[in-house]
Write a protein that binds this ligand. Structure first.
Ligand SMILES: NC(=O)c1ccc[n+]([C@@H]2O[C@H](COP(=O)([O-])OP(=O)(O)OC[C@H]3O[C@@H](n4cnc5c(N)ncnc54)[C@H](OP(=O)(O)O)[C@@H]3O)[C@@H](O)[C@H]2O)c1
Length: 263
């Protein structure tokens, strides 16, 4: 007969991220929260970052005592410096940085003006670059950087031109960062989600149409369902852990086949 104590011990010694310190931007919602939960379940501790104090507090409460929330705007470089300084003061040097915060920006080349351009690029590209730059002085050598791309980087969806371009650049950054950081053995890789069930839908879809819209997206997916944040969380554990120690600058599509499989 298996003893519960043995099971607890086994889970503890087999945890892939035991005592690793992680920072997850956008960890208070959707994919970021899915990653934070997955990390917590593998023994990590650390920080989630966002601007909405209510969701920050409820997410941190769900993650438990090993995680704290820091309210910060990732498009503000001084905020990023504060995030990493406070993280290392509380937890010590950082092992894993997930640059996940981002949002779809809707418009075409005919409609997107200069202010909208700057806003979309600030959030989806510039913030990723400076999240990593400001993390570096506080990171352990041998750490892992995980970026979040989008399948919109590979296929031109109506109205997602600039968002797709920013995410294509993010996919490149995983290669560039890995090359830049070879001497510190910090690896950068990128996860490219397909359509994933997150609160991001709330910003674009009226509540009464939500079910029909999600069914429509699921019907488009070769695998027959849209993604869940936990699908991305599992992949992030792999990239954060030593299991992926031979991977630098790689892109992992976690998209139910929607990018490359015809349907
Ligand atoms: N859902 C999808 O289908 C899908 C597909 C491909 C890629 N992605 C990418 O996955 C990532 C997460 O998206 P999601 O679907 O999980 O969206 P979400 O549920 O809306 O979460 C977005 C997160 O980003 C944070 N955030 C946004 N702007 C920020 C800022 N200026 N400063 C700090 N935090 C900020 C938000 O926190 P606050 O609101 O508190 O600031 C929130 O936690 C994004 O990069 C997105 O482009 C999503």
């Amino acid at each position: 007969m298996r003893l519960p104590l043995w099971n607890r011990f086994k889970k503890e010694i087999m945890s892939k991220l035991k005592n690793k310190v992680a920072v997850i931007t956008g960890g208070n919602s959707g994919i970021g929260f899915g990653i934070a939960e997955a990390f917590k379940n593998e023994g990590a501790k650390g920080v989630i970052v966002g601007r909405n104090q209510n969701t920050l507090e409820s997410a941190a409460a769900q993650l438990g005592e090993n995680f704290i929330a820091i309210n910060a705007d990732v498009t503000n470089v001084a905020d990023l410096e504060r995030v990493f300084r406070e993280t290392s003061e509380k937890f010590g040097k950082i092992d894993v940085v997930v640059a996940n915060a981002g949002a779809g920006a809707v418009g075409t080349v005919a409609t997107f003006d200069e202010a909208a351009f700057d806003q979309a690029i600030d959030l989806n590209l510039k913030s990723v670059y400076f999240t990593v730059q400001k993390a570096l002085p506080h990171m352990n050598d041998g750490g892992s950087v995980i970026l979040i791309g989008s399948n919109a980087a590979h296929r031109a969806y109506a109205n997602f031109t600039l968002y797709g371009a920013a995410k294509a650049a993010v996919i490149y950054l995983a290669k560039g960062f890995s090359s830049d950081l070879l001497d510190r053995k910090i690896r950068a890789n990128v996860i490219t989600p397909g359509t994933t069930d997150t609160p991001a839908f709330d910003k674009f879809v009226p509540a009464e149409q939500m079910e029909a819209v999600k069914k429509h997206f699921a019907d488009q997916m070769p695998i027959g369902r849209i993604g869940q944040p936990a699908d991305i969380g599992k992949t992030a554990i792999f990239l954060a852990s030593d299991d992926s120690s031979f991977m630098l600058g790689a892109e992992l599509l976690v998209d139910g086949g929607m990018t490359y499989l015809a349907k």
